[in-house]
Every structure is written in structure tokens, then in C-alpha cells.
Design a binder for this molecule. Structure first.
Ligand code: GLY
Ligand code: MN
Length: 361
């Protein structure tokens, strides 16, 4: 299926949702959702879908690019996109208008409400496009695989240039440079390089602190390739680690492998999360695992489903998720190991090729 056919199939699915929710139109304001349904990659857009039309609104910066990327009817707005969308809603005499309740700005919402026909009804919808995005096509999985492979190659190259005197920022910059040279659009999120006690902060920003010996070094990185994210965390040892920290590493690795092994269609996300926690509990470390086990990823770094304690969503073939248990001991350090995994008909396929044994730098 070529990309344009893919877009048409996705929009037909939305049209079916509109019919079943008795809405005549859907205004889509989240850029990743717009990209998913229209192919447009610009930074300012709104998409108006009715059961038989697809109108893409953007500004004059994109008047050449938008029709090249998208098969939708392109409307170039001189002013606010939402005012233009509202004008079209009136023109099309649409009376029931779905909108993305959790992905619309207050100003956009106000414009829509004030400019739409008085008899029109605005209907909040949540997670409609995100639910479709949860199960990836084989073309999307191929792109995520390419993103994951590029990400791993970038880390391998960056480690060839690693020196103990480097700062966390130096090493993060080296990683990001390698990603770009390998063909990434950029990073999928801000690269995390955290050494020593800072590795206990699950989302640390790299600092100008030199990476020193006998400490942990945590690297969490993701590339964006053709819009699709990858996500990987590795924790290394810079010089010697004490026995307690090495035991912690073993526990996290065992937990991550067990959670991956629990992945298959029909299993709930909560079960995968519980599997990771049970292993850590056997080591008395479960209280130090303070976040969920993983998340979906695709056009965004965090997508549905969340692989967490309370997530009853059942895994389906075609979902792509991360598995990333971690333990964090304040003032001492943290260990996290993360792979990107695709759910297959029979179980799972770990996309990340990078090894997971503890490496001493
Ligand atoms: N690796 C970044 C995150 O999952 O939040
Ligand atoms: Mn992640």
C-alpha cells in the first residue's frame, strides 16, 4: 500500500467513527494526528474531516509544501486557522462538530465556538486518532525499526569517541551529532546523559559535570526517522562498581527480560508491568521503581498504550512499546534498561540490537 492509500484508509476509519458518534465533522488540532491523517509535516495546521471531504488548513509558509505532502484539499489561511476552519464549518452547514478535547488550545476552542453557526453543537472527543495510531501498519513498523537501528548505531559510534574527561553535555552532543550524520530528522526527545548520583533522576538534563570513574552512566536516547521515534536506555559502569550496584544491575536486567517475555497479544499492559515489578520485589528493590514499565511510541515518543499498573488495555499485534524498568537510589545512582519492542502475532520482536550486559568503560 503506498502512503497516499494508507492516508485514505486511515481517514475512512475516522469517517466510520464520525458516523457511529453521530458527528458530521471532526476538527483535528494535534499536529501528529494531522500528520497521520494527511501526510503534512508542517508546524502549523488544522484538519477538518467530514464523511466525504478532507480539508487541510495551514499558513502561507507552507503553500508549496502542503500540496506536495498531502492529498487533502489545502486551504491557506492568512490569519488564524481556527477562524478559517469555523468559516468552512458554516459553509458546509455542519451542525455537529467533533473536536479533540485534550489537544486543543483554549484560544482555538474559543474561536471555533464563537465563529461556528449558532445552531451548531461542539462535541468533545478524546483519543479517537490516538486509538487508531496505537496499532501500526507494516510500513510504520519498518520505519520504527529503521529509527531504532539508527539510534543504536549512533550510540555505538558515540562510544568510540568516549573519554572519561567528557562532560555529560559533551557526550549528549556527540550522540546527537552521530544521529544527524546517520540520517535522523533529529532527536525524538532531549537526550539524557546522567552520571553518578544524577543517574538517580529518571529524567535528568545533561550538565557540564565531567563523567568520572567508579560511577554509573545512564544514557536515554531516541532518534526521529521519517517522523517515527525510537527509544533506548543503557546504563554503563565507568570504572569499578561495588557489589551492591552490580546486584542492582542484575535485578533490573532480569526484570526487563521477564517483562519482555510477558509481551504477547491478549496480555494486558498491567500484567506486563506487574511482571517487571515482581522480579524487582524479589530483590527488595520494587519501591525504587518509581515510574511505569513502558509506553507506546510512533509519531510521538509517548503514545498509547501506557504499560503501567492500571492499564487494562490488551496488547495487540502491531503495537510498538518500550520496556524500561529502572531503580533509583537518591544520592547514589540509578539504573534503567530500555528496549523498543513490537508485539507480533505470536509474541514479540525486540527491535533494539544493542547488547544489555553491564559494560565497563
Ligand atoms: N525515554 C524517554 C521517556 O520514555 O520518557
Ligand atoms: Mn521511554
Amino acid at each position: 500500500m503506498d502512503q497516499k492509500t494508507d492516508l485514505g484508509v486511515r481517514r475512512n476509519r475516522i469517517a466510520a467513527v464520525l458516523k457511529s458518534s453521530a458527528s458530521q465533522a471532526f476538527v483535528i488540532t494535534a499536529l501528529p494526528n494531522i500528520r497521520y491523517l494527511s501526510g503534512f509535516t508542517g508546524s502549523n495546521a488544522a484538519l477538518l474531516l467530514t464523511t466525504d471531504r478532507a480539508l487541510l488548513f495551514t499558513d502561507p509558509r507552507y503553500q508549496t509544501q502542503a500540496p506536495q505532502e498531502s492529498d487533502c484539499e489545502v486551504k491557506i489561511a492568512k490569519g488564524s486557522l481556527s477562524t478559517e476552519v469555523a468559516k468552512w464549518l458554516k459553509r458546509l452547514r455542519v451542525k455537529t462538530i467533533g473536536f479533540e478535547q485534550n489537544r486543543i488550545g483554549f484560544e482555538e476552542y474559543t474561536h471555533l465556538k464563537d465563529s461556528a453557526d449558532r445552531s451548531a453543537r461542539l462535541k468533545p472527543l478524546a483519543g479517537v486518532v490516538e486509538s487508531l495510531r496505537m496499532v501500526k501498519s507494516s510500513a510504520e513498523i519498518a520505519t520504527i525499526r529503521a529509527s531504532v537501528q539508527l539510534n543504536s548505531a549512533a550510540l555505538e559510534q558515540a562510544f568510540r569517541h568516549f573519554r572519561r574527561t567528557m562532560t555529560e553535555v559533551d557526550f549528549a552532543a556527540e550522540i546527537e551529532y552521530r544521529m544527524r550524520r546517520l540520517g535522523a530528522d533529529g532527536t525524538a526527545f532531549q537526550t539524557i546523559v546522567a552520571s553518578g548520583a544524577r543517574s538517580a533522576l529518571p529524567h535528568a538534563h545533561p550538565t557540564d559535570r565531567p563523567i568520572q570513574g567508579n560511577q554509573l552512566l545512564l544514557v536515554d536516547m531516541g532518534a526521529a526517522v521519517a517522523g517515527y521515534a525510537s527509544d533506548m536506555t543503557r546504563t554503563h559502569s565507568v570504572g569499578k562498581l561495588d557489589a551492591r550496584t552490580r546486584r542492582m544491575y542484575r535485578a533490573v536486567l532480569e526484570s526487563q527480560l521477564a517483562a519482555i517475555d510477558a509481551v504477547k497479544p491478549g496480555v494486558s499492559c498491567a500484567t506486563v508491568d506487574r511482571t517487571a515489578r515482581q522480579v524487582l520485589s524479589g530483590y527488595g528493590l520494587d519501591k525504587l521503581f518509581t515510574h511505569s514499565t513502558g509506553h507506546g511510541l510512533g509519531l510521538e515518543i509517548h503514545e498509547m498504550p501506557r504499560v503501567g499498573r492500571k492499564e487494562s488495555t490488551k496488547l495487540q499485534a502491531g503495537m510498538v512499546i518500550t520496556i524500561e524498568p529502572g531503580v533509583y537510589k537518591e544520592g547514589i545512582g540509578g539504573i534503567r534498561i530500555e528496549d523498543t519492542v513490537v508485539v507480533t502475532d505470536r509474541g514479540y520482536d525486540v527491535l533494539t540490537p544493542t547488547g544489555k550486559e553491564l559494560i565497563v568503560l
